[in-house]
Design a protein around this ligand. Structure first.
Ligand code: ATP
Ligand code: MG
Length: 216
C-alpha cells in the first residue's frame, strides 16, 4: 500500500551488554542514542553467558542480571527489556541476533549502541561485516579516548566495512561494571552509579560479595 511505503521505519536502538551490573553509563548511553538519533525505542538486551560462565563466584547469575536490567529501565517508557539473547545454550552472536531481528521485523531499522572499547575490538567479533550490514553502529567515547584517535578509528571502521558508524555526543563516563563490582565487594558505596532499586536488589541477594574466581 502506498501509505505503508511512505511510513517511516521504526528506529530501534539495541543496547547490548553483560550488565553485571547495569549502571548509569548504560542508561545514559541508551537515552542519548534515543535523543540523538530520534529512536522510537531502545531495547536493553542482556547477553546470555556461555554455560562455563554461569554461576561464577562474585558475579550475578543470568536471572539476576535480567532482574537488575528490568529494575533499572522500569521508569523509562521507551526503554524495553529484550530476552532474545537469553537462552538455554547461553551465548549468542550479535550478528545472528541482529539478522534474526531484521528478518522478523522488516519494518524496523536497528541502531546498535556500543562504547569505544567495543569499537576497538570490533573486528575480532564474530562476522562483524554482517553486524554492519544489519544495523547502524552508534558509538560513545570511553576510557578518555583522545577525540582525534576516536575519529580516526571511526573513519577506519567505516572504510573497512563500508558501513554506518555514528559518533554519539556523550561525554566520557568513567564508569564500568568491573569497577563497581570491586566497590561493592569492598563495601564502598555505589550509590548514584547504580540506581537505588538495583542496589537494593544487589544487597538483598548478596551479589558481588565474593572474590571473583577468574578473569572476566
Ligand atoms: P565490564 O566492566 O564488566 O566490562 P561494562 O561497564 O563495560 O562492564 P558492559 O555490559 O560490558 O559494561 O557494556 C555494554 C556496552 O556498553 C559495551 O558496548 C560498552 O562499551 C558500553 N559501555 C559500558 N559502560 C560504558 C561507559 N561508561 N561509557 C561508554 N560506553 C560504555
Ligand atoms: Mg565491558
Amino acid at each position: 500500500m502506498e501509505e505503508k511505503a511512505e511510513r517511516r521505519k521504526k528506529r530501534v536502538g539495541i543496547m547490548g551488554g553483560t550488565f553485571d551490573p547495569i549502571h548509569v553509563g548504560h542508561l545514559i548511553l541508551g537515552e542519548a542514542a534515543y535523543l540523538q538519533f530520534g529512536l522510537d525505542e531502545v531495547h536493553f538486551m542482556p547477553a546470555g553467558n556461555p554455560p562455563h560462565k554461569q554461576n561464577r563466584a562474585g558475579r550475578a547469575s543470568d536471572e539476576q542480571r535480567v532482574e537488575m536490567v528490568r529494575r533499572a529501565i522500569a521508569s523509562n517508557p521507551h526503554f524495553h527489556l529484550s530476552l532474545v539473547e537469553m537462552n538455554a545454550d547461553g551465548y549468542t552472536y550479535t550478528y545472528r541476533t541482529l539478522e534474526r531481528l531484521k528478518a522478523e521485523n522488516p519494518d524496523n531499522e536497528y541502531y546498535f549502541v556500543m562504547g569505544a572499547d567495543s569499537l576497538v575490538d570490533f573486528d575480532t567479533w564474530r562476522e562483524p561485516q554482517r553486524i554492519v550490514d544489519a544495523a547502524h553502529l552508534v558509538v560513545a567515547t570511553r576510557n578518555q579516548t583522545d577525540p582525534k584517535v576516536f575519529e580516526s578509528l571511526l573513519a577506519k571502521r567505516r572504510a573497512q566495512f563500508n558501513g554506518d558508524f555514528l559518533k554519539m555526543d556523550t561525554p566520557n563516563l568513567d564508569i564500568s561494571s568491573n569497577n563497581l563490582r570491586k566497590k561493592i565487594r569492598s563495601g564502598e558505596s555505589a550509590k548514584y552509579y547504580i540506581l537505588d532499586t538495583v542496589l537494593e536488589y544487589i544487597e538483598e541477594n548478596n551479589i558481588y560479595k565474593q572474590e571473583e574466581t577468574e578473569e572476566q
